[in-house]
Design a binder for this molecule. Structure first.
Ligand SMILES: *[C@@H]1O[C@H](CO)[C@@H](O)[C@H](O)[C@H]1NC(C)=O
Ligand SMILES: *[C@@H]1O[C@H](CO)[C@@H](O)[C@H](O)[C@H]1NC(C)=O
Ligand SMILES: *[C@@H]1O[C@H](CO)[C@@H](O)[C@H](O)[C@H]1NC(C)=O
Ligand SMILES: *[C@@H]1O[C@H](CO)[C@@H](O)[C@H](O)[C@H]1NC(C)=O
Ligand SMILES: *[C@@H]1O[C@H](CO)[C@@H](O)[C@H](O)[C@H]1NC(C)=O
Ligand SMILES: *[C@@H]1O[C@H](CO)[C@@H](O)[C@H](O)[C@H]1NC(C)=O
Ligand SMILES: *[C@@H]1O[C@H](CO)[C@@H](O)[C@H](O)[C@H]1NC(C)=O
Ligand SMILES: *[C@@H]1O[C@H](CO)[C@@H](O)[C@H](O)[C@H]1NC(C)=O
Ligand SMILES: *[C@@H]1O[C@H](CO)[C@@H](O)[C@H](O)[C@H]1NC(C)=O
Ligand SMILES: *[C@@H]1O[C@H](CO)[C@@H](O)[C@H](O)[C@H]1NC(C)=O
Length: 749
């Protein structure tokens, strides 16, 4: 299912006469007055290029224009040859063009884990996100899902301009006051393969991913939700009263940048407040990343874009969506254990991990421990078809497959491999226990007195410790597309998140090849973490409609927590439970109730991002591709964006002390005058100085600036050091924390 594995369709095309889909950025200020619409201009530009085509095969085919974009950015996508592109490049208004590319895709309890509750804090303050509209760019929806029922929802806000687009197995009456819009975009898929038949030509979800992400953001209350008896409770989205609009851009037949752009462009035009996008483009510079380009336009219109960091794991510098003007979310665990109860013949009861989805009868079977086969990788297991086998020192997935192939009724796996607790399937009866418990079980099994054991399934325990931990799979910073801004921004629950699924596909399978389906599925990935951030951003927008996207992001970053539920620093399960760095989790676990009243915010305007772009080593056209307006000015180029976190980078050639100065401006959003003083957690081998060290605000919305200097003198051979500064309101109401990290610069394209 929707974790890590997505088919990659590759564009095979190089011959100059052969046509392929290009995304073409245009400067609208060149549009001649004679044209009444941007579509007219784009068609005319395209026609000019086609008529002048020397390859001679181009009769005018209007279908070669796929999309005309005008909201999140300006331009069009079209199926053209390289010769035609060369003509286009010389026409007035042309900015840049690149070939269409593929995108990588990457609950009953998570809201409690995040502290959301009806009595106080962000839920009541935002009216649960009522009247905030979240646009979800994904695989579509299963409109009949109970998460999209509109019980208790008021009328759709009149500013909404979206539609409920009919299509295959989908009619316009399937939207309601919860699911307020559905559209689908697949011209890019069709252009890449003209003979293709779209198997579900509508907004209906055939993969489950979009149903899961959108119900996580804003699903309505659903009683009696569970995953085969695990994690039972009332399911609801993070913002249970927010409105959802789905923009389906991913089809079983492919997923293309031109369609993603069309979806984001339309979402902005329709009037969404937040865009949630759980997918990303790998190894692309900002000016060729459709999500970076479309989210710049969205940001200018006040729309916050929330995106996933990717599932590429612990290698430094491979996260995607590390884009300075959007919110990037990493994934962590929650404090829920799905358990099997192991009862030994001597009366000892041990709680282990199991997701085996049916209530199998594993009662008083002989317990078998044989050191010569306990790695459970040998076919000689088949002679033990009468008992529960103890497995140790091996890879869980190999072991469970071997056990399933044998005729043993069940197994006990001794392991603390964190990847086990992120897996979405458990195909054969068994339970995973810790090495400490394993020692007791082995000692009993060796005791000689006909040892027996029983296992019962479908139990859930919450409040396990430590939680959260950083997920093994979450992609790590620094951001390869711009290393100077710390990414990811924050972490949210991503492992085994329970939310709605499509009912006509298997959510899990059990041995041998029995597929089971369920109204809900537990799925792991940054795709599941991102919707939590999107939902919280929607709640914040509801509570503070006047806040800019940067202000919402700032509130989420400066209130995040970097300690776990045992009061220790959050650990990284991908790096042997060492203390997690900001390159793995940003500022830490998102903390919605504290984000509601952050005290101070680090705001940024569209011009601030332009100043940042100007400081990157981009050409005029590359910048123009992102800003879309040739009226931008690089008068005040600055790589020092007013961001609520700090990253200082060294290269292994840096011999002198690394010294970097940052200037920040904070806005007082507390109620009235306030005095703040500074607290610091200084990274090792580093000096931090902050000036001034006290900020006195005499009124709400007053802005004050400070300077922070990082001096690092470590050995510069790959060491990552980190700490933080916190502005503390002297009367104790607010603590505004910014992470600081010093890290080696990574080598990128
Ligand atoms: C839309 O589909 C629903 C469910 O299949 C059906 O009950 C309804 O009559 C359809 N409406 C229209 C206008 O076709
Ligand atoms: C499309 O289908 C036609 C007719 O079946 C075939 O001749 C052509 O090669 C196909 N094109 C591609 C790109 O598969
Ligand atoms: C342990 O397993 C080996 C290999 O299958 C077998 O030869 C041996 O008899 C087993 N030992 C016991 C005590 O069952
Ligand atoms: C099984 O595991 C043992 C212990 O880890 C190892 O020595 C042996 O090579 C493995 N055998 C196979 C077939 O993988
Ligand atoms: C992980 O940490 C434990 C305890 O600190 C240590 O014993 C073990 O060798 C480490 N493993 C790796 C792969 O670093
Ligand atoms: C550049 O900075 C100066 C001084 O702060 C300011 O007056 C000017 O308006 C800025 N220009 C732009 C384009 O932001
Ligand atoms: C710096 O790192 C690069 C790439 O890893 C390596 O080739 C080079 O030798 C290193 N330089 C020093 C001074 O360590
Ligand atoms: C802030 O500090 C100043 C100077 O110490 C003091 O006059 C003022 O009353 C303080 N304001 C608040 C809100 O505490
Ligand atoms: C930090 O400051 C102290 C005292 O000024 C100085 O001795 C030390 O070298 C500085 N360390 C770094 C890393 O700059
Ligand atoms: C660099 O610093 C780290 C941490 O301070 C230390 O563990 C490591 O051994 C040092 N490496 C060298 C080559 O000095």
């Amino acid at each position: 299912m929707g974790f890590l594995l997505f088919l990659l369709f590759l564009l095979a095309n190089s011959a100059s006469g052969k046509r392929t889909t290009y995304i073409i950025h245009m400067d609208k200020s060149f549009m001649p007055k004679a044209f009444t619409s941007h579509e007219q201009w784009h068609s005319s530009v395209l026609e000019t290029a086609m008529l002048k085509d020397t390859a001679g095969e181009s009769s005018t085919k209007p279908t070669r224009l796929l999309y005309s974009y005008d909201n999140a950015f300006h331009g069009f996508s079209a199926v053209i040859s390289e010769d035609e592109l060369q003509v286009l490049e010389k026409l007035p208004g042309f900015v840049s063009a690149y070939a269409d590319k593929m995108v990588t895709l990457d609950t009953t309890h998570t809201f409690e884990f995040l502290g959301l509750n009806p009595e106080s804090g962000l839920w009541p303050a935002s009216h649960y996100g009522e009247d905030v509209i979240v646009g979800v760019i994904d695989t579509g929806v299963w409109p009949e899902s109970r998460s999209y029922k509109d019980d208790g929802m008021t009328e759709i806000p009149s500013r909404w301009k979206g539609i409920c687009e009919p299509g295959q197995e989908f009619n316009a009456s399937m939207c309601n006051n919860k699911l307020i819009g559905v559209r689908y975009f697949n011209k890019g898929v069709k252009a890449a393969n003209p003979n293709i038949t779209i198997s579900m030509n509508s907004g209906r979800d055939t993969q489950g991913h979009g149903t899961h992400t959108s119900s996580t953001i804003g699903g309505n209350y659903v009683e009696g939700a569970s995953f085969f008896g695990y994690a039972t409770g009332t399911a609801r989205g993070v913002a249970p009263r927010a409105r959802l609009a789905m923009y389906k851009v991913i089809f079983d037949e492919g997923l293309f940048a031109s369609d993603v752009l069309a979806g984001m462009d339309q979402a902005v035009a329709d009037g969404v407040d937040v865009i949630s996008i759980s997918m990303g483009f790998d190894n692309v510079p900002l000016y060729e990343d459709p999500i970076a380009i479309a989210s710049f336009g969205a940001m200018e219109k006040g729309v916050l874009v929330s995106a996933s960091a990717g599932n590429a794991g612990v290698t430094p510098g491979i996260l995607h969506n590390g884009i300075p003007w959007l919110l990037t979310t990493a994934a962590g665990s929650i404090d829920r254990v799905l358990s099997g109860k192991l009862t030994l013949g001597n009366g000892q009861v041990i709680t282990g991990w199991s997701m085996y989805p049916v209530s199998a009868l594993v009662n008083e079977f002989p317990l078998i421990y044989n050191e010569s086969i306990s790695s459970c990788n040998s076919t000689s297991l088949s002679s033990f078809n009468y008992g529960i086998i103890i497995c140790e020192n091996g890879h869980f997935l190999d072991q469970i497959n071997t056990i399933a192939e044998s005729s043993a009724p069940a197994a006990i796996y001794i392991s603390d491999d964190p990847r086990i607790f992120q897996r979405e399937e458990f195909a054969y009866p068994g339970v995973v226990i810790s090495p400490e418990d394993g020692a007791a079980v082995i000692s009993y099994a060796k005791s000689g007195a006909n040892p027996v054991a029983s296992i019962s399934f479908q139990q859930t325990f919450v409040r396990s410790t430590p939680a959260p931990v950083v997920a093994t799979y979450t992609s790590r910073g620094p951001s390869p597309s711009y290393q100077g801004i710390l990414k990811p921004d924050i972490m949210a629950p991503g492992s085994l998140v329970l939310a709605s699924w499509i009912p006509n596909s298997y959510t899990v399978s059990i041995y041998p090849d029995i597929g089971l389906s369920s109204e809900f599925a537990m799925v792991s990935g940054t795709s599941m973490a991102c919707p939590h951030s999107s939902g919280i951003a929607a709640l914040l927008k509801g509570a503070h409609p006047e806040w800019s996207p940067a202000a919402i992001r700032s509130a989420m970053i400066t209130s995040a927590i970097n300690i776990d539920n045992t009061n220790s620093p959050i650990k990284d399960s991908g790096l042997n439970y060492s203390i997690a760095t900001p390159l793995a989790m940003g500022a830490g676990l998102v903390n919605p109730n504290f984000a509601l009243n952050p005290g101070l915010i680090y705001d940024a305007t569209p011009q601030d991002y332009i100043n940042l772009l100007c400081a990157m080593k981009f050409t005029h056209k590359q910048i123009l591709t992102i800003t879309r307006s040739s009226t931008y000015t690089c008068q005040n180029a600055s790589s020092d964006l007013n961001y609520p976190s700090f990253i200082a980078l060294y290269t292994n050639e840096t011999t002198a002390t690394l010294s970097q100065k940052f200037v920040r401006t904070v806005t007082n959003v507390g109620n009235g005058p306030a005095n703040y003083s500074i607290n610091m957690v200084v990274p090792s081998n580093t000096n931090i100085s902050v000036y001034p060290s006290r900020l006195s605000f005499s009124s709400k919305y007053e802005k004050l600036s400070y300077t922070l200097t990082v001096e690092y003198n470590g050995n510069k051979t790959g060491e990552v050091v980190f700490g933080s500064i916190t502005w503390v309101d002297v009367i104790g109401l607010h603590a505004v924390t910014s992470p600081i990290v010093v890290a080696p610069m990574i080598h990128t394209w």
